[in-house]
Every structure is written in structure tokens, then in C-alpha cells.
Write a protein of this length. Structure first.
Length: 500
């Protein structure tokens, strides 16, 4: 079983001068020598170093107090989530799943071996409470792929104790700097080892500057969304809050861009990819939609006076939600483990590596991209006008839902256009977001009423009172009516202020 630890640490260069005296820095009452640990870690990656390129590290380490398999994900500078699994001869399946979106069918192989002699000290306060652990590491690095060489260095690593205040590290750093110790130029030991043991012909080269064509802008946007999907995959598997929503948004952004910018990328090639993105977004939506719906119903219930809650409403809502969400989560993890999803990631990689550019892709971004955005906005206008002409009821609900989807597409098209169009696109993003929010609240009300009818039916069958469900249903009807009353004025203001 894997477990997760938030690791907050800083690394420093050392010229073998040892650890300066840190007593008195940030409340440090004593520096306790904990002895020397011999650490031996083998880092794994694909032949083309995909994990390292993404800032991930996967290692099997012996020695020290936390021997085992460690997978680290970057969170922020100096902050990583370390996922641990017990020591074994082979990579634990739980960790293998978390890197599958990057590794796919490639083999993970030993890449670098790091052997460290760590002189460990604990920084404690007057009560003996641990503030941080400091290690002075004498590191020997060896590349294991049969090419490249070896390196060695000494560094100081300061890791904040669990629950500690990150500001404490600032105080310690001031003391270290006064003693001539400087922050490391490498984010991790692995990064330094890869740089210093790499063959000369594989040292990183400077990236080519973008040429600034319409095609460049669209591809940059698609690349960013592809990267987001791949990076969010482990978070979705770990059920990190909001990860499903963000991954779903990335799929929608890609699909919208492929449809909007058909003059830039050949839709004969991209439409099949768009259909697969629609499928993935739908699978992600099974979990996200249930999450949003449950949050809405729970908030509505919390807002009611206690006297108006009759029967075991909270228990029934909780059971209903857990049953639906539990099934969708199992299904979603199976999707991420499936061949169809991995084939989609490969297809996106291939599209970006060899894009099916049309003649307009070589044009000026402001002209080509602005035309595509105007076309999307015109379609949104037609859909919303048609919806507002319908009387309240089922048909209008459906039409407003279609307008909502078009508002999202317009927003995403404007986001992609922002680097080329500047404030004009930014204004449209804000307008589309406002409209999307209103239409989204309306659609959420439609879905909430469907769920309340289902819950009321279950309560009735169990001979429970259905009064509270009916009350909540009526309030949702009022919320939807308020949105519909507000929409015409909001829409007029958006059209008058938009200059695409």
C-alpha cells in the first residue's frame, strides 16, 4: 500500500566544509547529531527520460529510515509530494499506475544510481520538538545505461518537519548564506546527476524560438492542454480535489480548439481525435457531475431551517451520492488503465509532432484566429437568441444547455487567441465566462431537480416523508426562473461590449 508525504525542503551547495552552527536560528535551541546513514538509490526512467523531463523522480532506495520505493511529484519550488511503497524487487503496481500516462508502453529501466553518505542532524526547539532535519550528503552518482559517466559532490539538504511553518526555512537560509552556503542550482539530486553524467552529445540544447504564425499559436495552446491531461492523470487516480474537473476542462479545450481552428489544422485528421476527446471528457464527467450535484444539494439542504428537514434526508443523500460516485470512480480508473485512453495520448503526441497544417496556418495570427473566434461568437449568438425566444419549459432548458456548451467553446477559442489578440480576446473570455456561469447555474438546477425527483421516489418507496425534497425542488425552480429573467439583460450587455 502506497502512502503520501508532503516534502518541503531546500538544497544547498557545500564545499565539504560541513554544517554551519544553526543554534538560535528561528528558535533552534539545539542541533542534535543523529549519526551517519548510508543511502543507496537507483532511479528509474524511460530511455528518453520522460519522467525526468516532467520533474518526476522514481527511485528504489535502501538504507535510512524510509527504505522503499519513492515517487515524487513537483508541487511548487522546494515542495514535492512523495508517494511511498514498501521495498520490493519490482515496481509496485500502485506506483506504476501513477506514471502510466507518461510511460505508456515504454519500459522503465535503471537510469542512475546515487550513493550518499548522509550526516543527519535534527534542529529542535526548547521543548525538544523537531523543527527540521538537516542532512550533509556526500553524493556519488553513476549513470547505469552504459553511456555517460560518474560525478560526485557534497550538498546540504534542509527538510521541514511535518506541520512546520515554511517561513522557518527562510530563517535557516539566512544563517546558511552568512556562512557562505548557497542554494543549489539543481532542483534535485537526480537533476544534477543527469546533467553531470550525460554524454556530451546528449546535453540539452536551447529551444528554437516560436515563429509567431497562426499555426504556432494554436499548436502551443494544444500542447499546453495535452501536457495538462498527462500531468493531471496521477492526481485523478489519487482522487485529489478538483483534479477530475481540471482534466476534463483540458480535454474540452483541446476539442474546442480542434473544431474552432479548422482553417489551421485539417479536420479530416483532427475530427477522430476530437471524438476521442469527447469520449474521455464524458468519462471524466461521470465523476465530476456527481461531485458538483452532491455539493449543490448538500448546500441547499444546509440552508434550510431544521424544522423543514423531515425524515433521514441527509443519510439518504449521502448514501445515494456514495453509491453513484463509487461506481463512477472505479470506472474512471479503469478508463485510465485502458488501451483506448493511452492510444488517445499517443494520437495527441503524433498530432503535435507532425501537425496536419492547412495553408492558413502560415498566416498572421491576428487575422486567422480573429476570424475563427468571430465565427464561434456568431454561432453562440444564434443559439442564445433562439433559446430566449422559447417559452419556459423542457425545450428551453435543452436550448439553453446547447447555448452553454457553445459559450464554453467560445471562451476556449478566445483563450487560445489571447496571445495573438490581447485585450480583445481577454474581454471576450470574461464575457463568455460570465454567460457560461449563468447558463451553468441554470443547467445545474435542471440536474438538481432530476435528482430530487429520484430521491423523493426512493423516500416514498421507503415510506419516508418526501416533503423536504419537494421544498428543495420548488426552490430550484425559482433559481432557474431567476436566471432566465436575468439572461436577456446580461446578453445585451455582452453583445454591446464585445468587439470581436
Amino acid at each position: 500500500m502506497a502512502d503520501t508525504k508532503r516534502e518541503i525542503e531546500r538544497k544547498y551547495e557545500s564545499k565539504d566544509s560541513g554544517l554551519p552552527d544553526l543554534t538560535g536560528a528561528g528558535g533552534v535551541a539545539a542541533v542534535i547529531d543523529k549519526g551517519v546513514a548510508e543511502l543507496d538509490a537507483v532511479y528509474y526512467d524511460t530511455a528518453d527520460e520522460r519522467l525526468a523531463a516532467a520533474g518526476l523522480t522514481l527511485r528504489r532506495r535502501t538504507g535510512g529510515s524510509d527504505a522503499g520505493w519513492h515517487l515524487k511529484f513537483p508541487v511548487a519550488p522546494g515542495v514535492r509530494d512523495e508517494i511511498r511503497a514498501p521495498l520490493s524487487d519490482t515496481l509496485p503496481p500502485a506506483l506504476a499506475a501513477l506514471v502510466r500516462s507518461r510511460v505508456r508502453d515504454s519500459e522503465l529501466r535503471p537510469l542512475v544510481r546515487l550513493r550518499s553518505q548522509r550526516d543527519v542532524s535534527h534542529l529542535v526547539d526548547t521543548d525538544g520538538t523537531l523543527l527540521a532535519e538537516v542532512g550533509v550528503d556526500a553524493v556519488r552518482a553513476e549513470r547505469l545505461t552504459g553511456e555517460g559517466g560518474s560525478a560526485q559532490w557534497t550538498e546540504i539538504e534542509v527538510e521541514l518537519a511535518d506541520g512546520g511553518d515554511p517561513a522557518f526555512l527562510d530563517t535557516v537560509e539566512k544563517r546558511l548564506r552568512k556562512a557562505g552556503v548557497r542554494p543549489s542550482s539543481s532542483a534535485s539530486k537526480l537533476a544534477r546527476a543527469l546533467a553531470e553524467t550525460a554524454p556530451a552529445d546528449r546535453r540539452p540544447e536551447a529551444a528554437e524560438p516560436a515563429r509567431g504564425t497562426a499555426g504556432d499559436h494554436v499548436l502551443a495552446y494544444l500542447r499546453a492542454q495535452r501536457d495538462a491531461v498527462v500531468a493531471l492523470d496521477p492526481a485523478v487516480r489519487r482522487d485529489v480535489y478538483d483534479s477530475v474537473h481540471r482534466m476534463r476542462v483540458a480535454t474540452r479545450r483541446m476539442r474546442s480548439a480542434l473544431r474552432t481552428y479548422g482553417r489551421v489544422l485539417d479536420r479530416a485528421v483532427t475530427d477522430p481525435i476530437g471524438e476521442e476527446l469527447k469520449w474521455l471528457g464524458g468519462e471524466l464527467g461521470l465523476d465530476r457531475d456527481q461531485e458538483v450535484l452532491t455539493e449543490r444539494l448538500t448546500a441547499d439542504l444546509d440552508a434550510l431551517p431544521g424544522a423543514l428537514v423531515t425524515g433521514p434526508v441527509r443519510d439518504r443523500l449521502r448514501t445515494w451520492s456514495q453509491a453513484r460516485r463509487g461506481g463512477s470512480r472505479r470506472r474512471l480508473v479503469a478508463v485510465l488503465d485502458g488501451g483506448r485512453y493511452l492510444a488517445l495520448l499517443d494520437a495527441l503526441d503524433a498530432l503535435l509532432a507532425d501537425p496536419p497544417l492547412r495553408p492558413a496556418a502560415a498566416g498572421k495570427p491576428a487575422k486567422v484566429i480573429a476570424g475563427a473566434v468571430r465565427k464561434d461568437f456568431a454561432k453562440l449568438s444564434a443559439l442564445l437568441d433562439q433559446a430566449l425566444d422559447l417559452p419556459p419549459g423542457h425545450d428551453r432548458d435543452l436550448a439553453l444547455h446547447e447555448a452553454r456548451k457553445k459559450a464554453k467553446r467560445t471562451r476556449y477559442a478566445a483563450e487560445a487567441a489571447a496571445p495573438a489578440l490581447g485585450d480583445v480576446a481577454g474581454d471576450l473570455v470574461k464575457a463568455a465566462k460570465t454567460l457560461q456561469g449563468l447558463l451553468g447555474d441554470h443547467q445545474d438546477s435542471v440536474m438538481a431537480r432530476q435528482a430530487l425527483r429520484e430521491l423523493a421516489g426512493q423516500a416514498h418507496a421507503a415510506r419516508e416523508s418526501s416533503f423536504t425534497y419537494g421544498l428543495l425542488y420548488g426552490r430550484e425552480e425559482q433559481r432557474a426562473a431567476a436566471v432566465e429573467a436575468e439572461l436577456p439583460d446580461v446578453w445585451r450587455a455582452i453583445r454591446s461590449a464585445t468587439s470581436v
